[in-house]
Design a binder for this molecule. Structure first.
Ligand code: NAP
Ligand code: G4F
Length: 356
């Protein structure tokens, strides 16, 4: 079996590559040319004879269609996206090109040049936006009410997948995945921003060889014993937003299972539990033994969004019943793994050195 993964260099692309290689696939990853190394999540796979990379960009139809035509894959996974919701407000046109036109370029290429290939699209819980069913869950039948340029582009792609399935009979499906995080999560997403800060703070306290008895001054700086030894506070936006957070390696299994069915269908993939950003912070600090974290965090309007999705809470019962998928890793275990990883690997594989 041969699979093409668009978006192979991202969090999910790296885990999905590992999963497919374990299953004996040949994996062809499509990555964008970059002036700096963007394959740090894939370093451990680059010598695998069944894994290869091709340069490509989903916004370029000629490029995408040549790849599909040349490779004749059995399965195509589209994980490529401008995936940062806040960024989509500043870069709406770019986000549209990558997240809406990109999937169309792939779908049309598959239809023309490799019709029997099965196609997976990375849809998102962001498409629900403000909409929640009366019982407090979002599921496959919940109305979509997108709240960002990102969500609108993803919703356009979601409908295109359905139309290619219904109009042309292609095996094309979308996983409506709720937030999923990991040690490989991009550093601008709130989960990793928190775990990196907590880890770096812990390492800084250790370097200072002091227990946590820091002085916290009004300039939003924490200093331990000496005013020259300072550490900036963690600056975040909306702490009350609630997300249904799962663990990325569990979620890529769902992508694969969705392509192994008789008929293509869309599925919600979630944990069924919703927690606030505040909960995430509390649990991350708990792992380094800090209970009183409020004074270490600054709520900064810079990190608020022009429009927010306040509440996400997924019902994954259809996936459980029809394709046998359930989440395996608990929220606390996931946060623990992320914090521990960031304590032990603070200098490795940094996609972004600033905490934005
Ligand atoms: P990610 O880490 O941001 O990875 C996105 C990938 O897309 C990267 O490999 C990126 O390449 C690539 N990409 C961006 N623009 C591209 C272009 N023009 N052409 C080709 N590749 C391009 O995202 P993720 O967390 O792995 O998520 C994977 C997918 O699932 C995304 O589509 C995301 O929107 C969606 N999703 C994610 C979640 C979540 O919670 N993680 C939930 C629901 C849906 P570079 O490395 O070069 O930037
Ligand atoms: O971690 P986030 O940036 O993820 P968000 O916006 O939920 O999007 C992620 O999940 C979607 C699935 O639901 C994916 F489709 C999407 O690609 C991405 O992976 O923000 C989570 C929450 C938001 O409510 C945000 O306002 O955290 C809040 N937040 C508070 N302070 C912050 C910050 N978010 C970020 N990125 N940075 C902050 O400082």
């Amino acid at each position: 079996m041969k699979a093409i993964i668009f978006g192979v260099t991202g969090q999910d692309g790296s885990y999905l590559s590992e999963l497919l290689l374990e299953k004996g696939y040949k994996v062809v990853g499509v990555n964008r040319r970059a002036s700096t190394n963007n394959t740090c999540r894939l370093e451990h796979l680059l010598d695998n004879k069944d894994f290869s990379l091709i340069e490509g960009d989903v916004t370029d139809f000629i490029n995408v269609s040549s790849i599909i035509n040349d490779q004749q894959p059995d399965e195509v996974y589209n994980l490529a996206a401008q995936s940062h919701v806040a960024t989509s407000f500043n870069e709406p046109v770019h986000t549209w090109r990558v997240d809406a036109e990109g999937p169309l370029n792939i779908l049309e290429s598959v239809r023309r040049y490799s019709f029997n290939a099965k196609f997976y699209q990375a849809s998102t819980s962001e498409m629900f936006g403000k909409s929640v069913d009366q019982d407090g869950y979002q599921r496959e039948t919940t109305q979509f009410e997108p709240q960002s340029p990102y969500a609108i582009a993803k919703l356009a792609a979601h409908h295109k997948v359905r139309i290619y399935r219904e109009a042309y009979g292609m095996y094309a499906c979308s996983g409506i995945l709720f937030n999923h995080e990991s040690e490989r999560r991009g550093e601008k997403f709130v989960s990793r921003k928190i775990t990196k800060w907590v880890a770096e703070f812990k390492n800084w306290l250790n370097d200072e060889n002091k227990p946590f008895d820091a002085q916290i001054d009004q300039d939003n700086i924490i200093s331990v014993m000496h005013p020259d030894r300072t550490f900036p506070k963690l600056r975040l936006g909306n702490l009350d937003a609630a997300r249904d957070w799962g663990y990325a390696p569990d979620y890529v299994k769902a992508m694969w299972v969705m392509l192994q069915q008789e008929q293509a269908e869309d599925y919600v993939i979630a944990t069924g539990t919703s927690r606030t950003v505040r909960d995430f912070i509390r649990i991350a600090f708990d792992f380094i033994g800090i209970k009183e974290w409020e004074n270490l965090v600054v709520v900064d309007p810079e990190f608020y969004r022009p429009a927010e999705v306040e509440f996400l809470h997924g019902d994954y019962n259809k996936a459980k019943a029809e394709i046998g998928w359930s989440p395996e890793t608990s929220f606390n275990e996931m946060v623990k793994r992320m914090v521990e990883h960031d304590i032990n690997n603070s200098k490795k594989c940094q996609q972004n050195t600033t905490l934005t």
